[in-house]
Design a protein around this ligand. Structure first.
Ligand SMILES: Nc1ncnc2c1ncn2[C@@H]1O[C@H](COP(=O)(O)OP(=O)(O)OP(=O)(O)O)[C@@H](O)[C@H]1O
Length: 306
């Protein structure tokens, strides 16, 4: 089956500065594919090239086989794009917005069940400007889906939402995928990417720093698992240093902190048992996507450029 979105060696520069510098990835049918990266990394530029809103300087983009620039109308039909806040008039009611956007498409989805699914039925007469942040985002999702697309681009959808509204939005994104729509999701939030995405491209300064599943990215993080404890009797340094997959050893007074993998943790427990040593105040902490992200990216691109 062909990929829904194919991006090959995409390049875009502004004022001689490459903001997207050879990005390649594919998004397969039914995936939630995440694009994660620091501020100014080139995420929005990348997805706007996919939507045909910006013209690439180089490389190739295909959405279900169509070129977003040359076949813009066809791509707009199969790829739903989320509006930015400023693009919707505050005075428009929810119903008017849904009717207006349905009218843009040759074969729109019926917006009523869509509004129902997104919990907007009770808000149809409410003006956009009077909706809460979470309700506005739900309307944006509805408008992105009203054309009955095969795939949808959601860019920073949950920024500015409170934790409950963010979680509700996550559920909606999962429902969008369950309804058969492929999702390309741009996000700043690690938890969001970890929770929702099947695969994530980490973009840093216009390049892909890593592309993997969330757990694959975490495994790449140096010292993916950290174990610390105070041994009930002294432990031989050499035995600690010989532990498998060990990334680091640190001693602070009695306390020993080791980082490595699950294999390191299993081996240290076996070592302690062999010497009949108890691990007091034992803590085992797995790395998160946050750790992997920090390992993979060099910090905000803006600072780099400054
Ligand atoms: N039209 C433009 N003209 C000049 N520079 C631009 C333009 N659009 C984007 N840039 C610059 O390109 C870089 C990448 O921007 P982009 O919006 O793609 O990054 P981003 O990863 O989406 O960032 P953020 O997370 O902050 O939204 C930034 O340094 C930005 O200032």
């Amino acid at each position: 089956m062909p990929s829904v979105i194919e991006v090959t060696d995409l390049r875009k520069s502004y004022g001689g500065r490459a903001v997207v510098d050879g990005v390649s990835f594919t998004v397969e049918e039914g995936e939630i594919f995440g694009i994660l990266g620091p501020n100014g990394a080139g995420k929005t530029t990348t997805v706007e090239c996919v939507e045909g809103l910006r013209v690439p300087d180089g490389g190739r983009v295909r959405v279900l086989g169509h070129d977003p620039v040359a076949d813009h109308a066809e791509v707009a039909r199969v790829l739903g794009a989320q509006l930015q806040q400023s693009e919707l008039q505050a005075k428009l009611t929810v119903r008017e917005a849904l009717e207006l956007y349905s009218a843009f498409y040759p074969r729109p989805a019926d917006w009523r069940p869509l509004a129902e699914r997104l919990g907007l039925t009770g808000k149809l007469s409410t003006r956009f400007g009077k909706l809460s942040g979470g309700q506005q985002q739900r309307l944006f999702i509805a408008l992105a889906l009203v054309g009955g697309p095969r795939a949808v681009v959601l860019d920073e959808l949950t920024t500015g939402l409170d934790p409950r509204a963010r979680r509700d939005t996550w559920q909606l994104i999962e429902e969008v995928r369950a309804s058969g729509v492929t999702v390309l999701l741009v996000t700043h939030f690690m938890e969001e990417a970890q929770r929702l995405c099947d695969r994530i491209a980490v973009i840093d300064r216009g390049r892909i720093a890593a592309l993997d599943t969330p757990s694959g990215l975490i495994r790449r993080s140096a010292g993916a698992t950290v174990i610390s404890f105070s041994p009930s009797a002294p432990l031989d340094e050499r035995e600690l240093a010989a532990l498998p997959a060990l990334a680091s050893v640190e001693r602070k007074g009695e306390r020993i902190t080791l980082s490595g993998t699950d294999e390191t943790v299993d081996a240290v427990i076996t070592l302690l048992a062999r010497h009949h040593i108890t691990a007091r105040q034992l803590r085992v902490v797995d790395a998160t996507l946050d750790d992997a992200f920090l390992d993979l990216t060099a910090g905000p691109a803006e600072e780099e450029a400054a």
